[in-house]
Design a protein around this ligand. Structure first.
Ligand code: NAD
Length: 350
């Protein structure tokens, strides 16, 4: 392995997005300085074995020493924060300030939208809007930065009774996915573990000259819930039904803020059929006309009329150009999903 050409600062190193980035960048010789919440566990142990990786264990909230440490000697950064670690706005701003102080040349921030700024009735989802606040702060600081917006992870699906993406194995041998997404509205999908790393690596290679200030949808497929269920049905060779249900049943204990997030999702997608990623950067002429009207009785929204015609091309264009080797939902279901289910102790595949 040649001497590292670049050193990248990373947080939540064992998370699906960051771990994927660490695997991709170390494969081409970058050095990594990554914060992790624990150095124990399969992923942390795997990452620690990779060349030129240093892991730093600790909390990010109110921990300037640890933040200084991960940026020490780094030239670029990939930052994806999580709510479990505490106030994401405070953590995000502290990371941006440290990056600015260290003259980081390219700061790639995993953001998410605040729907409430686009249409007054749309709620701000608490776990997303905080990221958008940090994005705006990074822009104000003038850091050379790019903002990636991760699509819905393929591997959110599980047969465990978690809310929103439970693929329920019914006693009669069929599958059922029940969610408040309109059955024929296309949603953006991403195989986070497989595809975040290579796409982000290419963003770093292209650099801020190409991507400074840009928002990039990390989504490789646009699929409706009905299409997702068709794929599951074919891949697992059993009928799979999608049920549009405006109420998300919560069968396991979840943090309060996630409960609020789910209530917001019921409203945003179940009632208003809002675009997953709103705003002109994400509005393409190819997007099927929003069918809010069937649900809300509204003929059009200010949001839609303000969008003019939309850009040429598709929402997936940037991601597919960055990384043409992406994993489809179909490949995910017939390979990774089965392995994940086995790891969860499920035996339906035997
Ligand atoms: P992840 O969910 O894979 O990471 C979980 C990490 O959190 C692990 O490293 C674990 O060690 C750590 N962790 C678990 N409990 C903890 C605790 N109590 N305190 C601190 N850390 C704890 O992470 P990810 O998927 O890379 O990133 C999550 C972020 O991505 C979230 O902010 C989410 O909103 C965003 N996101 C998710 C999706 C999706 O479809 N799932 C889509 C877009 C954006």
């Amino acid at each position: 392995m040649p001497n590292p050409t670049k050193t990248i600062a990373i947080v939540n190193g064992t998370g699906r997005q960051a771990a994927s980035v660490i695997r991709a960048v170390t494969a081409v010789g970058y050095a990594v300085r990554a914060q992790v919440y624990s150095i124990e566990g399969l992923v942390a142990e795997e990452l620690a074995e990779l060349p030129n990786v240093e892991l730093f264990e600790g909390e990010l909230l109110d921990n300037p020493e640890l933040i200084e440490t991960i940026f020490d000697g780094a030239n670029i950064a990939f930052i994806n924060t999580i709510h479990l670690a505490g106030d994401e706005i405070k953590i995000g701003k502290a990371l941006a300030n440290a990056a600015k102080k260290r003259n980081i040349q390219h700061f790639v921030y995993s953001s998410m939208p605040d729907h409430s700024i686009h249409y007054p009735k749309w709620p701000a989802l608490p776990l997303w809007a905080c990221k958008f606040t940090v994005e705006n702060y990074i822009r104000q600081l003038g850091l050379p930065a790019t903002f990636v917006y991760a699509g819905i992870y393929n591997n959110n699906f599980t047969s465990l009774p978690y809310p929103l993406f439970c693929m329920d194995f019914k006693d009669d041998g069929t599958l059922e996915w029940r969610a408040p997404f309109h059955p024929d509205t296309k949603l953006p999908w991403l195989d986070a573990e497989h595809d975040v790393g290579p796409a982000v690596l290419q963003i770093f290679k292209d650099g801020p000259n190409k991507w400074n200030g840009s928002r990039i949808a990390l989504a490789f497929e646009m699929l409706t819930p009905n299409q997702v269920c068709d794929i599951f049905g074919r891949a697992l060779d059993r009928p799979c039904n999608y049920v549009f249900d405006n109420h998300i049943e919560i069968k396991v204990p979840v943090p309060n803020v996630y409960r609020q997030q789910l209530a917001g999702i019921e409203l945003l997608f179940g009632i208003y059929n809002a675009p997953y990623f709103p705003g002109p950067e994400f509005e393409y002429a190819s997007r099927r006309k929003c069918s809010n009207d069937t649900i809300t009785g509204r003929s059009s929204t200010n949001y839609e009329s303000s969008l003019r015609k939309g850009k040429p091309g598709k929402l997936t264009d940037d991601a597919r150009k960055l990384w043409p080797g992406w994993r489809s939902m179909s490949e995910y279901v017939s390979t990774a999903f089965i392995v994940e289910e086995e790891a969860n102790g499920k035996t339906w595949m035997i």
